[in-house]
Design a protein around this ligand. Structure first.
Ligand code: ADP
Ligand code: MG
Length: 696
């Protein structure tokens, strides 16, 4: 599939259909860019009414071209697009880019035409980009194709960039030029009717000049394919994603904790985390991450040395470091002594190294080299405010001449006049340049996250497979709805998730026998259709030590529920589990990504603390590890205040199993295991409450 994009990305000949004679038109811009970019192939403009445009001869029709173009760039009015595409397919073009807008994005009439065009290119086995896009760029010296509307040509480089928004993509290319960020490919995907990000990921996986992949997304097409591709490709090439619309997603069923907590952009966020991509929170961060990743190696650790000629911005930088969980490195005494040798007495040689406004370009060079050589330093940030004796450009030359490290990144902040950036970008060896310390630190944090990943095992983990559950089959025959607690526990048992010994009984008379079977102390719960959160209506009594306590509590509970008008179907009796730490495992469904699995600190207050994290089912072991790492209160599950650690391995196993169960049963619409009690290390974990809802 990827190979068939060759004609689009590396065409030797290219037709532009629907050109105008006016150079200031869109087509005029595109032809101008092809010309100015030095496209190495042949260009055939097509327009029956125009004899020539710019210095290109115009052809009256596609068929009049003496050659079969590899790529057809379609710019005719919307209603003429289907016929033009047909003609392209007839003469046998290799690929099509439809620039024209007014399709799906413009309403049902356009959507209908888009579907028709898509059906034809699919039937012909020809790939199409667009419609409604701003073209594409390939900076490969053998191709040099700028078939876009960018006002400033893209610099060649190692970043491949795909954008669902054409205008934003073009704006980024323009801004990138200024700081020297270069691109291998740029593709404006438009509506992504045929070719979308996943196809490009496959191309870029095998495209040597591409070292960093940047995606601006407005939707996440084929999420499962994206997940698999990004996990694999991301090992070798960092993928940075901006996905907007963080607050747009609709409400989910909220009768479960999991459903209520999975609001907004949870599913997309879970998928992007799982895919191992770096998610930029802002457009600026997307840009800065691309810049840092393309210019600097990912460090092995998070200890940062700051080398500056001004104290103020260095304080801002150290604050930002701590906000991002990065450390201010402690320099070795030998490093500090070496700095002292050439810096004035008033300079600070401890990190941040404040060399004062008099610092020379050579001071910067020497300080950067010393910091890079220090074993306690993983990354270096330089900060320069416009110096007094020398120019910022001279300082930039000094920093660029420092001997680089293959493992430790250097990022440079220059708080100076705007033109500096376009002047400095061509200095050989110049680090990634930033205007503000906070932006540089945010980018550095991305590099550190990336470095942490690169050290992770490089093999594919295979999720466990789970057989169909007979409990689910039985429930489905009965119809959609909640499983009674007995079936919910049986289901967990089938999935291999431990459950506290239990008995379900219809009436009070059967309780003593059931209690003897599970063993005192016991927990008494009433259950029924009308009871959602049992403890809310007084339907849970824990720690009942003997028969007398049990019978007394059963009578009281019955009276309580009757008084509240709550009908119970029966009692559930459970062994009382002592000393467990309460966690919640859950499943909910997202229309786009499928089963979402939640892990959180559980119990009845889960929605107060909201200390939860999500992934897409099925999980592999490293997903479970990552989820645990994301809980703010995760330390409560470890050794804490004299208490031994909880059985984390058992917790992770239960989580992976629940995810496999969810993946094998799309009929499980919602599930809360709350709490799953995590016992001390070596003692496992045990579920004491489960709610499961099935749908046909
Ligand atoms: P609810 O429907 O309110 O969620 P639960 O069955 O989860 O009812 O019980 C509420 C709380 O009671 C749990 O969060 C837990 O703290 C405690 N609990 C319930 N069952 C047991 C048990 N078998 N052993 C120990 N504590 C329990
Ligand atoms: Mg509960």
């Amino acid at each position: 599939m990827a190979g068939s994009l060759e004609a689009i990305l590396r065409p030797r000949t290219l037709a532009v259909i629907g050109v105008s004679s006016r150079p200031d038109s869109l087509s005029g811009r595109l032809l101008g860019n092809l010309f100015a970019g030095g496209y190495t192939g042949a260009v055939y403009p097509v327009n029956p009414k125009v004899p020539a445009v710019r210095s290109f001869r115009c052809y009256p029709s596609l068929k009049a071209i003496p050659d079969t173009p590899d790529l057809a760039v379609v710019m005719v009015p919307r209603d003429a697009v289907p016929a033009t595409v047909d003609e392209c397919l007839e003469i046998g073009v290799g690929g099509i880019v439809v620039i024209t807008a007014g399709f799906r994005e413009g309403g049902e009439a356009g959507a209908e035409i888009e579907r028709r065009v898509l059906a034809r290119v699919r039937a012909a086995g020809v790939r199409m980009i667009g419609p409604n896009c701003m073209g594409l760029i390939n900076t490969d010296p053998a191709v040099r194709m700028d078939a876009s509307f960018t006002p400033a040509p893209a610099l060649p480089g190692s970043v491949a960039f795909a954008s669902h928004s054409g205008a934003l993509g073009v704006a980024m290319l323009e801004a990138a030029r200024e700081v020297g960020l270069g691109f291998s490919h740029f593709v404006s995907l438009g509506n992504g009717a045929d070719v979308d990000i996943n196809d490009l990921l496959e191309v870029w996986e095998r495209h040597d000049p591409t070292r960093v992949i940047v995606l601006y997304l407005e939707s996440l097409p084929e999420p499962a394919r994206f997940l698999a591709l990004a996990r694999r490709i991301g090992r070798a090439k960092p993928i940075v994603v901006y996905k907007g619309g963080r607050t747009a997603a609709g409400q989910r069923a909220a009768s479960s904790h999991t459903g209520a907590l999975a609001a907004g952009d949870t599913a997309v966020d879970a998928l992007l985390r799982q895919a191992g991509v770096l998610r930029a929170g802002t457009l600026e961060e997307l840009f800065d991450l691309a810049l840092a990743l393309s210019a600097a190696p990912a460090p092995r650790g998070n200890r940062v040395a700051v080398v500056t000629n001004a104290g103020g911005p260095a304080i801002a930088a150290t604050d930002a470091l701590s906000d991002h969980g990065l450390a201010v490195a402690s320099l070795l005494p030998a490093t500090e002594r070496a700095l002292r040798q050439f810096l004035p007495a008033e300079a600070a040689v401890a990190n941040p190294v404040d060399m004062l406004p008099s610092a020379t370009p050579d001071n910067f060079r020497a300080a950067v080299e010393l910091a890079l050589a220090d074993e306690g330093v993983d990354a270096v940030l330089t900060i320069t405010v416009t110096p007094i004796m020398v120019t910022p450009l001279e300082v930039a030359h000094g920093i660029a001449s420092a001997k680089p490290s293959a493992e430790k990144p250097v990022l440079s902040v220059f708080m100076t006049y705007p033109r500096f950036f376009s002047d400095a970008r061509s200095i050989p060896g110049i680090p990634a340049l930033f205007r503000y310390p906070e932006a540089a630190v945010a980018a550095l944090a991305g590099l550190v996250r990336r470095g942490g990943r690169a050290l992770a095992p490089a093999r594919d983990e295979v999720p466990i497979a789970m057989a169909r559950s007979s409990t689910i089959e039985r429930a489905l025959r009965r119809g959609p709805g909640y499983l009674p607690p007995s079936e919910a526990f049986e289901l967990l048992g089938e999935a291999g998730i431990p459950v506290a010994p239990w008995r379900a009984v219809a009436g009070r008379a059967e309780l003593p026998a059931a209690a003897s079977a599970v063993g005192y102390p016991v927990v008494l719960k009433a259950f029924g259709e009308a009871i959602v959160h049992k403890s809310e209506v007084g339907a849970v009594a824990v720690g009942l030590a003997d028969r007398e306590a049990l019978e007394r509590e059963a009578e009281a509970m019955e009276a309580r529920l009757a008084a509240a008008g709550v009908r119970a179907d029966g009692f559930l009796l459970q062994a009382h589990v002592c000393g467990g730490r309460e966690t919640i495992l859950g499943v909910t469904r997202d229309p786009a990504v499928g089963a979402l699995v939640m892990l959180g600190l559980g119990g009845v207050a889960v929605e107060v603390w909201k200390d939860v994290t999500f992934r897409v089912a099925p999980l592999v072991a490293s997903d479970a590890d990552a989820m645990l790492g994301e809980l703010r209160g995760g330390r409560l599950l470890g050794a804490f205040r004299g208490r031994p650690a909880g059985d984390i391995a058992a917790l992770k196993d239960a989580l992976v199993r629940l995810s496999a169960l969810a993946a094998a049963h799309p009929e499980i619409a919602e599930c809360d295991v709350n709490p799953l009690l995590v016992l001390d290390e070596g003692r496992g974990c045990v579920a004491v409450d489960a709610r499961v809802r099935v749908e046909a």
